[in-house]
Design a protein around this ligand. Structure first.
Ligand code: FES
Ligand code: MG
Length: 564
């Protein structure tokens, strides 16, 4: 039996007299009513990420109770502590701007407070990435627990799940197909339980990738938020954290190039969110690892999409759970994965896979020979418009728009887009490409504005999709032929800053190209239209001055491994 970890006397406050510090700390801890017996046990921190502004984390208090049960039963003392709570839809200008703030908060609070291991609870889009980035940098033993996805609602016999159906119905409403009363009814039925968005959006994607990387207990990513198994997973995570307190296993030892590469494979095979490319790059960057977009392109053609969930397919996360979840998927994808990758339990990924045949569903999680599509969900594009890359979720796009040249209609930024997109005077045709610039990380925090709406005048003519390009992100729940994360962004002086309405661009998904068909000399002679974020103080200033581009995960430059 290894020696017990230090407990409440871990990392003592520096008064120049360690015995005095321990005495003082114990005396204040005793004021919380713990017995000396409890204070002598290993301490398991638990992140409190619930708030009144975070619907997705409504179940966190109940999960914390269950984690505590697991810790107590294993002989530890569980202590929860608050960290930043990021409720996706309630944050201005975009939750993306606060992922790094949360990651710093998580890192510093884990390091500063006396805990021997930590259970990281989270789910809503930016939370799992922020927790992993912070805890990996802090270097203390840690395990993730996802909040789990929402259940679906119903409208006229149809299932509804946030938020692919949110967009689908809104599109129909904009096109005049739905009445005010109907859209009101839909609004009340899209998000009906605690938990994260019910489709393969960013939250689901990141939970699945984190399980793939071995950062949470196997079989737990997809359990619905309101399912009793979710509480049992929480209890088991508490117990597992006690084992970590003794073994000292940390996230930075579990996350390796092999586990990152496995995550990229799975991302392609689930038709997952484009945002995951950014979050994975940020996580990898914390540890001196890389998400190589050119490597992603190489494996993309050889990785079939096997999971049939919206927005690329039909099902919801509750179906994925019932079909065996991540274990069933990894078993089917086994030939494409490095099964020797270590997980947080100390077993390899291969050792944790369920026995073949324990799952029988062949529709939601397809066998390799019956994929949803034969090639991977995402590709990276390069060219003179995107020297450092751009991302297209081809699984959620219209393939008839993949090989073409188009005239561009340029919007200067979010305000210009909002002011002109629905104008009857907008000079736009269905075969044009809509371009939005100054929506990248340095311009405005990189909001999910890449899902440029179809101009109303075209929507009313029945146009459902158009080629759209930007330096913004888009929601993982969205659908369309939308090129995102163009890098460098306009605000960093990328070529996007010099494109003009009437220019022609050429896209070729087959060749992985995105080019602006304008002479270099002409481009250089133009004025660069760059708008960086305002703010001379506080977080906005720190963020704007230090944020990296999309291919480096939009982390802050001084938080990457080289700096740390
Ligand atoms: Fe939280 Fe979608 S709003 S996961
Ligand atoms: Mg989202």
């Amino acid at each position: 039996m290894p020696a017990p970890p230090p407990g409440i006397a871990d990392g003592l406050t520096n008064y120049g007299d360690p015995r005095f510090a321990a005495y003082l700390r114990r005396s204040f801890a005793l004021s919380m009513g713990y017995s000396r017996r409890m204070l002598s046990k290993p301490i398991i921190g638990i992140t409190w990420t619930a708030s009144g502004f975070n619907n997705c984390h409504r179940g966190v208090p109940e999960l914390i109770e269950a984690v505590k049960r697991g810790v107590l039963a294993a002989g530890g003392l569980p202590l929860d502590f608050p960290v930043t709570s990021l409720g996706e839809v309630f944050l201005n200008p975009t939750s993306m701007m606060f992922r790094n703030l949360m990651a710093m908060d998580v890192e510093e609070m884990i390091r500063a407070q006396p805990m021997d291991a930590v259970v990281l609870i989270g789910g809503c889009d930016k939370t799992l990435p922020a927790l992993v980035m912070g805890a990996a940098s802090a270097g203390k033993p840690a395990i993730l627990l996802a909040t789990g996805p929402m259940m679906t609602g119903r409208y006229q016999g149809e299932r509804l799940g946030a938020c692919t159906d949110c967009r689908r119905f809104w599109g129909r409403y904009r096109a005049g197909e739905l009445s005010d009363e109907a859209i009101d009814t839909v609004e009340g039925r899209l998000a009906t339980t605690a938990g994260t968005c019910a489709v393969m959006g960013t939250a689901s994607t990141m939970a699945i990738l984190c399980e793939t990387m071995g950062l949470m207990l196997p079989g737990t990513a997809a359990i619905p938020a309101v399912h009793a198994d979710r509480l049992r997973a929480a209890e088991a995570s508490g117990t597992a954290a006690m084992e970590l307190a003794f073994s000292g296993r940390t996230l930075d030892t579990v996350i390796t190039q092999a586990s990152v590469d496995n995550a990229v494979r799975v991302l392609l095979a689930i038709g997952g969110s484009t945002n995951a490319v950014i979050h994975l790059a940020a996580i990898a960057g914390r540890l001196g690892l890389k998400v190589d977009l050119k490597a992603l392109n190489r494996v993309s053609d050889a990785t079939p999409v096997l999971v049939d969930l919206k927005p690329t397919g039909q099902g919801y996360m509750e179906d994925f759970f019932n079909a065996g979840g991540v274990g069933a998927l990894l078993r089917r994808l086994e030939a494409h994965l490095d099964l020797g990758a270590l997980t947080i339990t100390g077993e390899t990924l291969g050792e944790q896979l369920p026995p073949a045949g324990e799952w029988i569903d062949g529709e939601i999680v397809r066998p390799l020979d019956k994929p949803i599509r034969a090639d991977g969900g995402l590709v990276a594009l390069y060219g003179n418009l995107a020297p450092n890359g751009a991302i297209l979720k081809r699984a959620a796009a219209d393939a008839s728009l993949f090989e073409k040249t188009a005239r561009v209609v340029v919007f200067e930024g979010l305000r210009d887009l909002a002011e002109r997109i629905d104008s009857p005077d907008l000079d736009v045709e269905p075969e044009d490409a809509l371009v939005l610039r100054n929506a990248g990380p340095r311009a405005c925090g990189m909001p999910e504005a890449g899902y440029i709406p179809i101009p109303t005048k075209l929507a009313r003519r029945g146009v459902k999709d158009m080629l759209r390009l930007s330096d913004a992100r888009m929601s993982g729940t969205a659908y369309g032929t939308i090129v995102l994360h163009i890098s460098p962004e306009a605000a960093a002086g990328g070529p996007l800053a010099r494109i003009e309405t009437g220019d022609r661009i050429r896209i070729s998904v087959a060749e992985r190209r995105l080019d602006l068909l304008v002479e270099d000399a002409v481009l250089q002679a133009r004025e660069a239209k760059m708008q960086a974020m305002a703010g001379e103080r506080g977080w906005a200033k720190l963020y704007r001055d230090h944020v990296l581009q999309a291919e480096e995960g939009c982390d802050l430059d001084f938080l990457r491994s080289a700096a740390g």
